[in-house]
Design a protein around this ligand. Structure first.
Ligand code: PMP
Length: 391
């Protein structure tokens, strides 16, 4: 029996860029001591007080079907957070609670694209993007951004994109590059979206992880609210990756259609997870700052170590929990470097190529192990790269 083109097309060549990650997991399963600096998973687990809120809610009987759009209290809490952080009028009807940012990304594209429509995204990109757009039936087209511009898109980069496109997906603070878009870049992107009449889908799941400058949401820019869909998540801000809870902030008409999509797909997010998220949001931003601060500290550790080498250069990391290292001076590509590093040093990092053609010749290092292990790993990576370059 033939499967649908849509499902077969999610990763058309079968490769999803995760070969090094799977190899590292296999080596670990075989008993080897592998240091994983691959995925965006905090070393700190979900705060016990949030877990208490979760179990209390479940034990109090909140284990039945929950409200599909999300509870009114949680939608209001998310709206309040967005108002405070972006000064943009937002109420609960602008918010849909989703099973993580990932489901929000899929839903946003389902809302604005018909099958075959062109959907733009920026390369380097978070690894699920092309598959997500294709799962929504779109023709996914990457726009290359360049290391010489620190991976900030330029107007010229965007102008090269297919003029028939219907949407543009951006992500700042950025995974994988750690770049935070400047106000000028976001103004330029917003102007481009208006000129081309595009939906702008703004993935802001790292909005609490900004080390330099500040987070700006394009939804807050003039004339952008009616065409912007924001993707939010508790995963990174509250170390709740496994709870699978996030949101969409969008015009009310978009949210009301997306409630129908949720009814036909997830039928909402478990009520006790929603209660845990509400408890976490009500704790205010002190917890968010505490969770984010470890990455800021590790970034400084890495900057100091890397300042002593000419062979590796760091894409200026102004946000998120990753470092993007340019390894071109070693003579290896990202994939070969990452595989050799795994074999010889037992350190797993992601090859830049996992995040698109624009990131070739780079590796992404997740800052997700405690400080001493982390600084030791960065020193080993530097030594490894210097030995390669000296050959
Ligand atoms: N967007 C980006 C840029 C991400 O890095 C991630 C997760 N790593 C997500 C969205 C999805 O996050 P979640 O589904 O856990 O909310």
């Amino acid at each position: 029996m033939r499967l649908s083109e849509r499902i077969l097309n999610i990763t058309p060549n079968g490769a999803d860029g995760w070969a090094v990650f799977y190899k590292a997991r296999q080596m670990k399963a075989d008993g080897q001591d592998i240091l994983e600096l691959t995925i965006g998973e905090h070393d700190k687990k979900t705060d016990p007080a949030i877990l208490d809120a979760l179990t209390q809610s479940a034990r109090a009987g909140n284990t039945g079907y929950a409200m599909v759009p999300g509870s009114r209290a949680l939608r209001e809490a998310v709206a309040r957070r967005i108002r405070m952080r972006t000064q943009t009028p937002t109420d609960h009807e602008n918010i849909l609670i989703t099973t993580g940012g990932q489901a929000a990304l899929f839903a946003a594209h389902m809302a604005v694209l018909d099958p075959g429509d062109t959907a733009l995204f920026l390369d380097p990109y978070y690894a699920t993007y092309p598959g997500t757009l294709r799962a929504a039936g779109a023709d996914a087209r990457a726009i290359i951004t360049r290391p010489e511009n620190n991976f900030q898109p330029t107007r010229r980069d965007l102008e090269r994109a297919d003029s028939a496109a219907k949407s543009l997906l951006i992500n700042s603070p950025n995974n994988p590059t750690g770049v935070v878009y400047s106000p000028e870049t976001l103004e330029m992107i917003s102007d481009f979206a208006k000129t081309r009449d595009l939906w702008l889908i703004s993935d802001e799941v790292y909005d609490t992880q900004v080390w330099q400058g500040r987070h700006l949401s394009p939804r807050a820019m003039e004339g952008m609210e009616p065409r912007t869909i924001v993707i939010g998540s508790m995963s990174k801000s509250h170390a709740m990756t496994g709870s699978r809870i996030g949101w969409i902030a969008a015009p009310k008409a978009v949210v009301s259609c997306l409630i129908e999509l949720s009814t036909s797909t997830t039928y909402g997010v478990p009520g006790y997870i929603q209660d845990a998220a509400l408890f976490a949001l009500n704790r205010g931003d002190a917890l968010e700052k505490e969770i984010a601060s470890v990455f800021c500290h590790r970034r400084s550790i890495a900057q100091e170590i890397l300042s002593g080498t000419q062979v590796l250069s760091l894409v200026p990391p102004s946000g998120a929990m990753y470092l993007m290292l340019d390894i071109r001076a070693t003579g290896l590509g990202g994939q070969d470097f990452a595989l050799a590093l795994l074999d010889q040093e037992k350190i797993a990092v992601m090859p830049g190529e996992s995040f698109g053609a624009a990131a070739a010749g780079h590796i992404r290092v997740a800052m997700t192990v405690e400080d001493d292990l982390f600084s030791g790993a960065i020193r080993k990576i530097v030594q490894f790269a210097e030995e390669l370059a000296a050959r």
